[in-house]
Write a protein that binds this ligand. Structure first.
Ligand code: CDP
Length: 234
């Protein structure tokens, strides 16, 4: 894995951990919360997507834990706002669009089952904990990566609502979209994320549950911000 982009993380820097299943809206909510607070943002799912892409390009099978982990350790990953880059020699390759496909989402959830890979990605994720604060989104932010986060949110919605959101996102990006396939894929991914032995998708004991079936993005953002204010004013 590449050298951390940021210097050594400090445990006193506040973290807001936002976990939840695919297409629950956590990425959008987390980014907006980070923007409002002027905090850094970690999209941990992007890391698993990058590994899925890099291993596919090297013809490494996603179920080969050892080869996937070794490949990941050699990657030099760079983030710049929304853009994601892989350094290959002197060349910085923009892979932002390539990692956002449904195929890479599926691949990410397959490589993400490997405990060795998850361990290899820990230091890089911790390195995002920089002043004035971090909003981290994923599946295990509040349970494994930042267990001492100041605020933990578990953002979820029904499978149908999430499938509809993902369907509309793909249409908006002019990407091929089939509602039934998306629904099936979400169900498969949820099952894999929840049942894996290493860092499964579970709500942390001290997390706040946010059901977003009937909640707009800005309302969800406001609730997270209010809860954060409450926590830091204690
Ligand atoms: O966009 P979507 O929520 O579908 O996925 P993502 O957040 O980009 O993550 C892609 C996949 O990576 C997920 O389906 C998870 O299996 C895995 N992942 C994980 O295991 N742990 C994380 N902290 C983040 C993502």
């Amino acid at each position: 894995m590449s050298e951390p982009t940021f210097p050594i993380a400090s445990l006193t820097v506040p973290v807001i951990a936002i976990d939840g299943p695919s297409a629950s809206g956590k990425g959008t909510v987390a980014q907006l919360v980070a923007e409002k607070l002027g905090f850094h943002y970690l999209d941990s799912g992007a890391l698993y997507r990058i590994v899925a892409l890099a291993t596919q390009q090297k013809n490494i099978a996603w179920d080969d834990a050892l080869a996937v982990t070794e490949c990941a350790k050699k990657l030099t990953i760079r983030f710049n706002n929304d853009q994601v880059y892989l350094q290959e020699g002197d060349v910085l390759k923009d892979i932002s669009d390539e990692i956002r496909t449904e195929a890479m989402g599926k691949g990410a959830s397959q490589v993400a089952v490997h405990a060795s890979l998850r361990a290899a990605l820990l230091d890089l994720q911790h390195s995002f904990r920089q002043a004035p604060g971090l909003v981290a989104d994923g599946r295990d932010m509040g349970t494994v990566v930042f267990p001492n986060a100041q605020l933990k949110i578990f953002l979820t919605a029904s499978t149908e609502v999430r499938a509809t959101r993902r369907y509309q996102q793909l249409l908006a990006k002019n990407q091929p979209a089939n509602f039934d396939n998306i629904l099936l894929d979400l169900q498969e991914r949820d099952a894999r994320d929840k049942s894996r032995a290493s860092a499964p998708l579970v709500m942390a004991n001290d997390a706040i549950l946010l059901e977003t079936d009937n909640l707009g993005i800005s309302e969800a953002v406001d609730i997270v911000l209010q809860n954060y204010q409450r926590k830091i004013c204690k």
